[in-house]
Design a protein around this ligand. Structure first.
Ligand SMILES: [Zn+2]
Length: 401
């Protein structure tokens, strides 16, 4: 397996790399970010998502707790309500942040929980107990669902579970098993999904719009279109390289660096705040374009903060918000509305388009990181639904603030 840090990056997959990082940082900070990659087969969606397992940081849990109880905030039936002393007695251990997969043919018991048959049939001490499923075991980590459109099509029960788990941050889960009292748990997992909307049964939006809306952000994967990129991909993917360079070792230096950054970014994410003028800006977008989904604007705020943190900045800029617009809205509004909206918030040139916290143009002291970053990254926004470049020259007028 090629380490995450060595995977080839190009324009068509850049957003997915970004969303994956943002979601890991958010999950580590205790606030899930649900992401969905749509695209044709062979565009590397699942490869990127699965490789991210190699950059996940470690978390502390109460020793042996299959529900991953945070020692400072235990939530499972066995440990909630325990005192600090009692937890100290049990002990604390470090584990990798969980990354578990739900297949499109999964069963409710596997996903939520079921009766623990090994305990029940234990000849010396039979006991009826619950065995938590994949979702409760992924608490404080990631759940990955490949082909989510097929799962939503064939399993309404699991879809309903996901709606609850992704309904709030944290969400909740109820595990029911005949003869045992139902267990209700708060659940904090970031759900990652992939699907090909051009294959049966079609796009998630069409199959279960409600579930589609639960995803904070959706990115559409493009194919690589440069000879250099493709040739480098072939090199990384060669049998020789896999045997002699990557071998067993998944934790290469690059992945280790990511892990350190993630921990730092999560700390910064806990400190950063959205300035009022940007909150008002997002609120106006909601009203002006009749966006309907409150989740959309919540995701816009969360995403903009994470986007800025990943660039090592301690201030959110309007460009952070604008970058989020197509990712947050692609699956929530029709194509025409999306284009109108992108044109409406169009990015202006770096010199006069940068706004400071108070919402004023800070042309005098614009030598901040914002300007630098923006100069490096100034490019027209892409219409994610159609994959074509659209005009983003139109600028914000002062009265939009
Ligand atoms: Zn526990």
């Amino acid at each position: 397996m090629i380490p995450f840090s060595k995977l080839e990056r190009y324009e068509g997959n850049a957003h997915l790399f970004e969303l994956v990082m943002m979601s890991v940082v958010a999950a580590y900070a205790g606030e899930p970010l649900h992401i969905h990659a749509e695209g044709l087969r062979g565009t590397g969606k699942t490869t990127i998502m699965r490789a991210a397992r190699g950059i996940l940081p470690r978390i502390k849990r109460i020793k042996g707790c299959v529900y991953n109880c945070d020692p400072t905030n235990p939530h499972c039936p066995e440990h909630r309500g325990l005192s600090k002393e009692e937890i100290n007695k049990i002990g604390v251990e470090e584990i990798n942040m969980p990354f578990l997969e739900i297949s499109h043919s999964a069963k409710v018991g596997t996903v939520a929980g079921s009766i623990d048959l090994a305990k029940l049939t234990d000849p010396t001490h039979p006991e009826a107990r619950l065995l938590p499923g994949l979702i409760p075991q992924a608490h404080r980590g990631i759940i990955f669902i490949d082909e989510i459109n097929r799962l939503a099509d064939t399993s309404p029960e699991i879809t309903d579970i996901l709606l609850d788990v992704m309904g709030n941050k944290p969400g909740h889960l109820q595990i029911e098993e005949a003869g045992l009292p139902a267990v209700e748990l708060p659940i904090s997992v970031s759900v990652w999904a992939a699907s090909n909307p051009d294959e049966d049964p079609g796009s998630l939006e069409e199959i279960r719009r409600q579930l589609s809306d639960r995803f904070d952000m959706v990115c559409y994967m493009g194919r690589p279109d440069s000879v250099d990129v493709l040739s480098h991909m072939l090199e990384e993917n060669s049998h020789f390289k896999k045997m002699h360079v990557y071998g067993q070792e998944i934790n290469d230096d690059g992945n280790e660096r990511y892990r350190r950054d993630i921990s730092q970014w999560s700390q910064n994410y806990e400190k950063i705040e959205m300035p009022d003028f940007l909150r008002n800006f997002i609120a106006r977008l909601y009203i002006k374009h009749n966006l309907e989904s409150i989740r959309a604007i919540e995701a816009m705020q969360q995403g903009a903060l994470l986007h800025s943190v990943l660039r090592g900045r301690d201030k959110v800029s309007i460009n952070d918000v604008i970058e989020m617009v197509p990712l947050v809205l692609k699956h929530r509004v029709d194509g025409d509305t999306l284009i109108r909206l992108i044109n409406d918030v169009g990015v202006k040139g770096p010199k006069d388009g940068i706004l400071n916290f108070k919402g004023r143009k800070n042309s005098k002291n614009s030598k901040d990181n914002d300007t630098e970053y923006f100069q490096q990254n100034a490019r027209p926004l892409k219409d994610m639904s159609r994959g074509e470049l659209i005009n983003t020259e139109k600028s914000l007028t002062p009265d939009e603030f």
